[in-house]
Write a protein that binds this ligand. Structure first.
Ligand SMILES: *[C@@H]1O[C@H](CO)[C@@H](O)[C@H](O)[C@H]1NC(C)=O
Ligand SMILES: *[C@@H]1O[C@H](CO)[C@@H](O)[C@H](O)[C@H]1NC(C)=O
Ligand SMILES: *[C@@H]1O[C@H](CO)[C@@H](O)[C@H](O)[C@H]1NC(C)=O
Ligand SMILES: *[C@@H]1O[C@H](CO)[C@@H](O)[C@H](O)[C@H]1NC(C)=O
Ligand SMILES: *[C@@H]1O[C@H](CO)[C@@H](O)[C@H](O)[C@H]1NC(C)=O
Ligand SMILES: *[C@@H]1O[C@H](CO)[C@@H](O)[C@H](O)[C@H]1NC(C)=O
Ligand SMILES: *[C@@H]1O[C@H](CO)[C@@H](O)[C@H](O)[C@H]1NC(C)=O
Ligand SMILES: *[C@@H]1O[C@H](CO)[C@@H](O)[C@H](O)[C@H]1NC(C)=O
Ligand SMILES: *[C@@H]1O[C@H](CO)[C@@H](O)[C@H](O)[C@H]1NC(C)=O
Ligand SMILES: *[C@@H]1O[C@H](CO)[C@@H](O)[C@H](O)[C@H]1NC(C)=O
Length: 783
């Protein structure tokens, strides 16, 4: 499955038929969300619902009965978010969007369904240690200190919107934890195989949202998922345990790889589960779930009212079709940020194609994915003594020499074409020619591994099909080693030059620190930001390649019917895995700095992150090139530095509304945009993006707040983006007291730059000798 889910709205034609015929069959009804802003004033639940129904009444004929109108209503958002979702025709939706008090009306476009071509199946690795990555040994101690200072997150409640939870996992035991925080107002919602006894002092709340899903698809097929917060898929259990799993000794992936202590980033944080993702009807469970927008909105409405402090959301959509006004994650997050809840989201798994980053609203912390310094090494020894690098998390029991063949030479005549030869497609390999041999296929994938097994091969060697430097490991059912592309070519050349080629597969070993990390994961979505290129996205990167965390026991590592293994811990890859790493650190920062705003926490995370890897050279991408801020944002997070950033770039809810004015959007009915709207680039963000410098120079303003110490002086350092000159005034900032603010102006001037849409990257820092407060710059000109 793919770890970064799609969200979609489908035409719900089949629902029409069930509406007692009062709706003409020619009308196409879809689920629309109607957003009315925030609730103000005291109203009963009944009054709110009546108000929502009144919109539906006004677009139906007066003859329509109350019950018929109410049957169109899907969700009525009653806590914080004022709005509803309903089955409407496009004409009705249009009429409602023109009514007084309506901020936005939107439905999902069926093209918003994202085909999940990158299959990040399942992966092995240790969580322990990943947070200390790049901090050096001395800083590992400060991470422990940060955890202690934050009481391991005990006072903080993190809401996780995902596919639910497997509550029996050891990661969710509540041994030794104190009572549930008094501020908590949520519930443990009962359902199939889930009752109040499944919540505890660790899993303090759980709810599920299904109305939107069922309005789209009809009733949930209960042989495929539980009508309750219980997780079948595994993804929700994985993300929740990455944020807040307890320390569990001796956790390992199947086959004993990566044995060690599994732990969430904030092991005592309280978890509140909001299940919004469900299986697509009639499709394989191995496919990603879907998470309807209007159900997500209902989860936001509850989570904000329940009293979560942080929301961790590893869900996404195709960015170019989903603007702020049509995106319940963006609108829901804005409502959350207003209440000082911090929201972290995954950037998406559509990289390395440019302009694929999602969840780009500036009030969201958007997280890309990168590797950790761990590989599952399984070298392949050829008969001529050459050793080719490989990786596996499938146990290879014996080190034995076997005959080696290339799949293209052992196919059943007529089953392949020149295009498909060597790909180990189902039914193509000859049992007579494969039995007892190691087979080199021309492609990486579960299907190839299974075909080699079917034909009686002892093991498969699957090379990558491009020059990626990173391997996403898969817990194959049968002995299989994945090689790099050049290794595959080496093996093929050897086979072709040898009469009796042989190979010995060596058992896999977990190696740490043998190769520089982080490297950006090949699939991590990239900037520039499609919705607004003047906001740099993603914000940051964190571990998301081959991450070990808890899993659902209703699923299997591969989520295929053939795979009957049940595991407590499993490997996954994607920005879904990196987002909860950051959410955990947000929880720790919230605990240590309860007075910090959402923007201050973002700033602390970003300005203390690093663009370098553990050997001090620039972070690279999987293609082997230096990565840039469109891949990692400000860089790789460094939790123990984020707790003491020196200065922060703060922003308020009103600043975000002003920013929205620059986009001609107003999402708050109690606010009016000023006549002179500030430019988007002036949002007080810890990064700076200017998509079109327009003319020869451009000036933007920033304000920093001192959160370090009294009497400190910060001096400037700048690296101008090639082709531009960056001038910052003033060049030193002096603060007498904590909490003081200082303004500075940044002027970018073009210098011998060709007018192109290509972005150029630089940075600037403020430093007092102790803190280094770093901001990335991305700028382009336009013809
Ligand atoms: C932990 O708290 C102590 C006492 O306030 C402080 O001196 C120390 O710097 C803190 N450590 C971290 C990593 O936050
Ligand atoms: C809740 O479920 C557990 C485990 O299935 C069961 O033992 C228990 O009796 C149930 N409790 C209630 C109150 O239904
Ligand atoms: C429900 O799911 C099961 C298992 O995938 C399938 O066999 C069955 O046909 C489904 N039922 C419906 C009504 O789709
Ligand atoms: C971990 O497992 C090993 C082997 O099963 C056992 O010897 C050891 O005591 C276990 N350690 C812990 C902390 O449970
Ligand atoms: C799933 O398959 C069942 C049985 O074939 C069918 O009745 C149902 O309409 C299908 N559901 C969807 C959403 O396609
Ligand atoms: C395919 O055909 C060739 C030529 O007829 C024959 O030599 C070879 O053995 C056949 N291969 C298989 C797998 O049957
Ligand atoms: C093989 O691929 C080429 C180019 O992609 C295509 O034109 C051709 O039709 C394919 N041949 C077969 C037999 O599929
Ligand atoms: C390698 O190829 C795959 C499939 O074509 C693609 O998804 C992936 O992004 C590529 N990786 C790199 C580093 O180019
Ligand atoms: C800061 O400097 C002022 C004036 O020089 C001095 O009075 C004050 O004690 C200093 N404060 C600290 C915390 O050093
Ligand atoms: C920054 O520019 C603004 C607008 O031009 C100006 O009002 C302000 O004084 C400048 N601030 C500094 C520190 O130069």
């Amino acid at each position: 499955m793919n770890s970064h889910y799609s969200i979609l709205f489908l035409f719900s034609l089949f629902v029409i038929m069930s509406l007692d015929g009062f709706v003409s069959c020619s009308e196409e009804r879809k689920v629309y969300v109607v957003y009315l802003g925030e609730h103000n004033g005291e109203k009963t639940m009944k009054e709110i619902e009546d108000h929502h129904c009144s919109f539906l009444h006004s677009v139906k004929s007066t003859a329509t009965s109350k019950e018929d109108v109410k049957s169109l209503l899907v969700h009525s958002y009653k806590n914080v978010i004022n709005g509803f979702s309903a089955l409407l025709t496009p004409q009705e939706a249009d009429m409602i969007s023109g009514m007084e008090g309506v901020i936005s009306v939107f439905h999902s476009d069926p093209y918003n369904i994202k085909p999940h071509t990158t299959r990040s199946w399942d992966f092995v690795s240790l969580l322990e240690g990943t947070l200390s990555l790049l901090e050096g040994t001395s800083l590992i101690n400060s991470r422990e200190e940060l955890l202690q200072n934050a009481s391991y997150g005990e006072d903080i409640i993190v809401g996780v919107m995902d596919s639910g939870v497997w509550p029996e996992s050891s990661s969710f035991n509540d041994e030794g934890m104190g009572p549930v925080p008094k501020s908590w107002k949520g519930i443990c919602q009962e359902g199939v195989a889930f009752n109040v006894s499944h919540c505890n002092r660790k899993l303090i709340g759980a709810r599920y949202y299904l109305k939107g899903y069922e309005a789209h698809f009809g009733p949930l097929n209960e042989t495929r998922d539980f009508r309750s917060p219980r997780d079948v898929d595994g993804h929700g259990t994985h993300t929740a345990s990455t944020v807040g799993g307890r320390r569990v000794a001796n956790a390992s992936a199947i086959g004993g790889f990566a044995t060690g202590t599994a732990t969430g980033g904030a092991p005592n944080v309280r978890l509140a589960i909001y299940k919004v993702c469900w299986p697509i009807p009639n499709r394989s469970l191995a496919e990603a779930n879907i998470c309807p927008f209007d159900d997500i909105f209902a989860a936001f409405d509850d989570a904000i009212a329940d009293g979560v402090h942080v929301l961790s959301i590893s869900l996404g959509y195709i960015p170019e079709t989903t603007y702020y006004t049509q995106d319940t994650i963006a609108i829901g997050s804005l409502n959350a940020v207003k209440k000082n809840i911090v929201v972290a989201c995954s950037a998406g798994n559509d990289g390395p194609t440019p302009s694929t980053v999602g969840n780009v609203a500036p009030w969201i912390i958007t997280v890309g994915a990168s590797s950790i310094d761990r590989v599952f090494s399984s070298p392949i020894m050829l008969g001529n003594g050459m050793i080719v690098e490989g990786q596996t998390v499938t146990p290879i029991k014996k080190r034995r020499l076997h005959p080696l063949v290339y799949a293209g030479d052992v196919e059943i005549n007529g089953t392949t074409t020149s295009n498909t030869s060597g790909l180990c497609l189902p039914g193509t390999l000859s049992r007579n020619l494969v039995r007892g041999k190691v087979v080199l296929c021309g492609i990486d994938g579960i299907v190839a591994s299974m075909e080699v097994k079917r034909a009686g091969g002892v093991a498969a060697i699957l090379p990558l099909t491009n020059t990626s430097t990173e391997i996403q490991v898969t817990p194959f059912l049968y002995p299989t080693t994945v090689a790099f592309l050049d290794g595959g070519i080496t093996i093929l050349t050897y086979i072709q030059s040898e009469k009796n080629p042989t190979a010995t597969l060596l058992p896999g070993k977990t190696l740490i620190g043998t190769k520089p990390a982080p490297v950006m994961a090949p699939l991590t979505s990239k900037g520039p930001n499609r919705i607004d290129p003047n906001i740099l996205k993603p914000d940051i990167t964190a571990p998301g390649l081959n991450i070990l965390a808890a899993w659902s026991e209703a699923s299997s590592p591969l989520k295929l019917p053939e795979d009957r293994r049940v595991v407590e811990y499993n490997l996954q890859t994607g920005t879904s895995m990196s987002c909860p790493h950051v959410s955990a650190v947000i929880a720790l920062l919230k605990s240590v700095h309860p007075d910090w705003s959402s923007a201050a926490i973002r700033s602390a995370l970003m300005t203390t992150s690093t663009p370098n890897n553990m050997i001090g050279t620039p972070i690279t991408n999987a293609a082997g090139n230096d990565a840039n801020p469109f891949e990692y944002g400000a860089g790789h997070f460094r939790p123990s530095r984020a707790v003491d950033p020196g200065l922060v770039y703060d922003a308020t809810y009103t600043d975000y509304l002003l920013y929205l004015c620059s986009q001609n959007i107003n999402l708050d009915s109690s606010f009016s945009c000023p006549e002179k709207v500030p430019e988007a680039s002036n949002l007080n963000h810890p990064s700076l993006a200017i998509a079109n410098i327009r003319g020869s120079s451009r000036t933007v303003t920033r304000v920093v707040t001192n959160v370090g110490k009294d009497n400190s002086t910060y001096v400037l350092a700048v690296r101008s983006p090639p082709g531009y000159v960056v001038d910052i005034v003033p060049k030193t900032l002096h603060f007498n007291k904590l909490g003081e603010k200082r303004q500075f102006n940044i002027t970018l001037t073009t210098q011998n730059v060709e007018m192109t849409n290509e972005f150029s990257f630089g940075w600037y820092t403020w430093s007092d000798g102790v803190h280094v407060v770093r901001s990335p710059i991305a700028v382009s000109s336009s013809a």
